[in-house]
Ligand binder design. Structure first.
Ligand SMILES: NC(=O)c1ccc[n+]([C@@H]2O[C@H](COP(=O)([O-])OP(=O)(O)OC[C@H]3O[C@@H](n4cnc5c(N)ncnc54)[C@H](O)[C@@H]3O)[C@@H](O)[C@H]2O)c1
Length: 344
């Protein structure tokens, strides 16, 4: 198990010698500004707070900040219930998070700014302008963008210290963070980001260059095209497709990833499978009917009580809690595989 992520009751330890912007980076001295308290910000804030950092969790309104703090408290409470942290250390961690309306005060004292605001060009651009104006020149900036090329949005003075660190929801549970620098990013900013993420118990993976959607979301998108084709063509029901994935791809990928599976299948057979003329790839359909019909009906998933499945009588928070409890069980059960994934 990676001791810095899911250690039971004691606060995780912080390794000596870590730097940010070339200077020592330690929980006792350094503040983190998390900008955006929506889906991602609170979870990211909680990971830093659990490791002893003071964190400012910022949003644009009192209501948004309060929602973010409620999300953060709820996610940390689940860890207490599962015996993954003690009530006392959790209370201390929550106490390290300061909710803030607006970002100006947080930027002034931040060593590290984490941008987790919506995927909107104007909003992200204005954040980077404020970072340039209010932060010290050595403040490091990590963006959680999913697709947007933030390197072209940031002013030149910020670009050398801007890194994309793309976490996965729920960010306090899933280990992967995709890391990529832009053309002007200092190499050391990327390597420091990787080291800090490892110290936070995460499993960072470095990309060699920026590509919209990065890697995992692109893979998921490719799989989604085929899944909707299979459903639309009547080959399988939604429920059975999920059973098939859960009982085959998911556990096997856990052990072999995607590429080592080819070695076990045999590359010659894999090539034959790809060339098989009987399997015709469907044309890419960006508006599959099973999706468009539900969106038109306002069936958006757990938030509305209905999506591909029904959630009547269960709130969105109930569903998130149910997901998080199961995910923690998987992450803890497979912690060796997840914290240091290696080929067989
Ligand atoms: N939701 C996911 O699963 C997910 C996963 C990985 C990455 N991301 C990326 O992370 C970023 C945030 O995503 P999210 O899902 O948390 O979005 P979200 O919409 O849930 O939350 C963003 C928050 O930022 C706040 N905000 C807007 N302008 C602001 C400003 N000027 N200052 C401070 N706060 C401001 C909004 O009020 C909102 O609460 C996006 O770039 C997204 O692509 C999202």
């Amino acid at each position: 198990m990676n001791p810095t992520q899911a250690s039971p009751s004691s606060a995780p330890t912080w390794p000596a010698g870590l730097t940010l912007g070339g200077q020592p980076f330690v929980p006792a001295n350094d503040r983190i500004a998390v900008l955006g308290a929506g889906v991602m910000g609170p979870g990211i804030a909680s990971v830093f707070a659990e490791h002893g950092f003071a964190v400012d969790l910022c949003d644009i309104s009192e209501a948004a900040v309060e929602r973010g703090m409620a999300t953060l408290r709820e996610s940390m409470q689940i860890k207490v219930e599962l015996g993954l942290s003690s009530a006392a250390s959790t209370a201390r961690a929550i106490g390290r998070v300061t909710p803030r309306v607006g970002i100006a005060a947080a930027l002034k004292s931040a060593r590290l700014v984490i941008e987790a605001v919506p995927e909107n060009r104007e909003i992200k651009s204005s954040i980077y302008r404020e970072v340039e104006a209010s932060c010290t020149p050595d403040t490091v900036v990590w963006s959680n963008t999913s697709t947007m090329n933030v390197f072209v949005l940031a002013p030149p003075a910020v670009q050398s210290r801007l890194v994309v660190a793309h976490w996965f929801a729920p960010p306090h549970i899933l280990p992967l963070v995709e890391v990529v620098g832009g053309p002007e990013t200092a190499m050391v900013a990327v390597s420091e980001c990787m080291a800090v993420l490892r110290a936070l118990g995460k499993t960072p993976v470095k990309l060699e260059k920026f590509i919209p959607g990065f890697v995992v979301n692109r893979l998921q998108r490719a799989l989604g095209h085929e899944a909707f084709h299979l459903i639309e063509s009547g080959a399988i029901s939604i429920e059975n497709l999920d059973i098939a994935v859960r009982t085959s791809l998911a556990p096997r990928m856990q052990i072999l990833g995607l590429m080592q599976r080819y070695d076990f299948t045999g590359l010659n057979l894999s090539l034959r499978n790809l060339e098989d003329p009987d399997i015709v790839d469907p044309p890419v359909n960006l508006a599959p009917e099973p999706l468009t019909r539900r969106v038109a009906n306002g069936e958006l998933g757990v938030t509305t009580g209905k999506g591909f499945y029904g959630y009547e009588g269960r709130s969105s928070l109930d569903m998130q809690r149910a997901r998080d409890v199961k995910l923690w069980q998987v992450v803890i059960g497979l912690s060796d595989l997840l914290s240091d994934p290696k080929p067989l």
